[in-house]
Design a protein around this ligand. Structure first.
Ligand code: SF4
Ligand code: SF4
Length: 220
């Protein structure tokens, strides 16, 4: 059977997001944003190649979020820090309030805590895994574990960029440059992983509140 004609990838590649004031204050943030941009660029190129090779389109697109339910999302502490920073310093108004309610336990069981109204509330700072994971041919059905139902449709981008990403992330742990390569090869980054759903979400809400008070006091 002839597969559907491959279409251009629906997800536009975002330019590297910039927050100059914060990046000057937090060098770890600049490195993390660089790393996300490297990952996004490589993922995009990989998807273009893979789409041409398979002759079928990537199913992922805006508003598609079944992959944000019942998943373990591994994250390093700097990915967590990025989310922590973003929700307190950048999110505001109704978007921030909705997320607070969500984090305090008002969401559906099993959904990622950062999935609000079917969309990722921390999209520019979403973890590497969320940026790289894609599914070809058709969107995941609710509750579908694509790794089991159609493993061949799963595609993870930027897998050849691990070393380049490690050079952005590992030095953030205070590691000397001469040790980055062998630590990367030894699985250092994976060993630093936690699971997103195990984070103390009420602490994030507390941080959002104290940051809001601090901003208000500064602007008074
Ligand atoms: S991985 Fe599945 S649910 Fe997630 S965006 Fe892609 S097709 Fe949609
Ligand atoms: S962080 Fe965002 S993209 Fe990743 S699982 Fe949660 S809602 Fe989905």
């Amino acid at each position: 059977m002839i597969e559907p004609i491959a279409e251009p990838i629906a997800e536009p590649i975002a330019a590297r997001v910039r927050y100059p004031e914060f990046e000057a204050r937090h060098p770890w943030l600049a490195r993390l944003l660089d790393a996300y941009h490297i990952s996004d660029t490589a993922t995009r190129a990989d998807l273009e190649r893979e789409t041409a090779r398979r002759g079928v389109a990537v199913a992922c697109g805006p508003g598609c979020s079944n992959c944000c339910i019942d998943q373990c999302i591994p994250v390093t502490e700097f990915e967590v820090l990025g989310i922590w920073w973003y929700v307190a310093e950048i999110l505001e108004g109704a978007a921030q309030e909705e997320l607070k309610q969500r984090l305090l336990g008002f969401g559906e069981v099993g959904e990622c805590a950062f999935l609000v109204g079917g969309r990722c509330a921390v999209y520019p700072l979403r973890p590497f895994v969320c940026r790289q994971y894609h599914v070809f041919s058709r969107a995941c059905a609710p509750g579908e574990n694509v790794s089991e139902t159609r493993h061949a449709d799963v595609f993870r981008g930027a897998q050849d960029s691990g070393r380049e990403l490690a050079w952005q992330i590992i030095p953030l742990y205070g590691v000397a440059e001469e040790n980055v390569d062998w630590l990367f090869e030894s699985g250092y980054v994976s060993r630093k992983g936690k699971h997103l759903h195990t984070l103390p979400l009420d602490n994030i809400v507390m941080h959002m509140k104290t940051t809001a008070h601090r901003k208000k006091a500064r602007n008074a």
